[in-house]
Design a protein around this ligand. Structure first.
Ligand SMILES: Nc1ncnc2c1ncn2[C@@H]1O[C@H](COP(=O)(O)OP(=O)(O)OP(=O)(O)O)[C@@H](O)[C@H]1O
Ligand SMILES: CC(C)(CO)[C@@H](O)C(=O)NCCC(=O)O
Ligand SMILES: [K+]
Length: 244
């Protein structure tokens, strides 16, 4: 049994896997990590292994706690990934993006893949059929867009994610919702079309905290899976174990 921990920019996501099946998952704030992780080991005493990845500097107390209770694998830029990294600055590439690229490589073999992660940031990661990671894009996610419109203007209110009533925003609120939601939807559809022009056969995977909301709004054929990063951690852990 494996415990996978993904420390994002805002929240921590954890899942327990038995082979390829996800048994249980949870999401919590960073301050709660210590207590929550202790509880997970109590709930699942069968956990032997854990795999940890963090977009920021890993929290030492969390890492120590995991290492005390299980055989721990920490994913970093030193990890042996299943793709060939062609990024010009591989040392600055986000660990979360490398985990997503690993999952896409292992789960969708021999094809061009685009992973879109809609979380705090929206990231685009492209791996070609030759398993070369070429890069992608980074843009602000829903919450960042709503917050920056409020924080950097004199009059715009702070709103939270809501489906706009139409394309033409007919009030301040509706204009903001249209700008943020239709902006992101058009951005994603635009990127997917551009990749499609260059790569006819393309598998698109959509994940992150806002994936479900987005899946309902996007035209193109995509695989939406909110747990893709956690599942990628599980598969990457198996890959590392098999190749040691
Ligand atoms: N309680 C919550 N706190 C923050 N964001 C939330 C919450 N519930 C839903 N969301 C939505 O999830 C998005 C953040 O996604 P996610 O949880 O994947 O981000 P994250 O933890 O920062 O992870 P990552 O860094 O991998 O993007 C926000 O844009 C917001 O719309
Ligand atoms: C882009 C984020 C913030 C998305 O979580 C993260 O992957 C990150 O900090 N990346 C470093 C920059 C890069 O990926 O090139
Ligand atoms: K993200």
């Amino acid at each position: 049994m494996l415990l996978a921990i993904d420390v994002g920019n805002t929240r921590i996501k954890v899942a327990v896997f038995e082979k390829d099946s996800l048994l249980w998952r949870d999401v919590f704030r960073k301050e709660e990590a210590g207590k929550k992780i202790e509880k997970i080991f109590e709930k699942f005493p069968e956990i032997e292994n854990s795999v940890f990845s963090s977009v920021g500097q890993p929290d030492e107390s969390v890492v120590n706690r995991l290492a005390q209770n299980s055989k721990l694998t920490v994913i970093s830029s030193e990890t042996h990934f299943p793709f060939d990294n062609k990024y010009e600055t591989p040392k600055t590439l986000g660990v979360d993006r490398m985990v997503l690229a690993s999952g896409a490589t292992l789960l969708y073999p021999d094809q061009n893949r685009l992973v879109i992660d809609a979380g705090t940031c929206i990231t685009y990661d492209f791996i070609n059929a030759e398993n070369q990671y070429l890069g992608g894009a980074i843009s602000p996610g829903f919450r960042l867009r709503y917050e920056s419109l409020h924080n950097y203007t004199a009059k715009l209110p702070l709103l939270t994610l809501e489906q706009p009533e139409g394309f033409i925003g007919n009030s301040t609120k509706q204009s903001i919702h249209s700008g943020v939601v239709n902006g992101i939807v058009n951005e994603i559809e635009g990127f997917v079309s551009r990749y499609h022009e260059q790569y006819q056969h393309l598998t698109v995977i959509l994940t992150g905290g806002d994936a479900e909301f987005l899946a309902e709004n996007i035209k193109n054929t995509i695989f939406a899976n909110s747990n893709f990063l956690l599942e990628s951690l599980n598969h990457l852990h198996n890959y590392i174990s098999d190749n040691d």
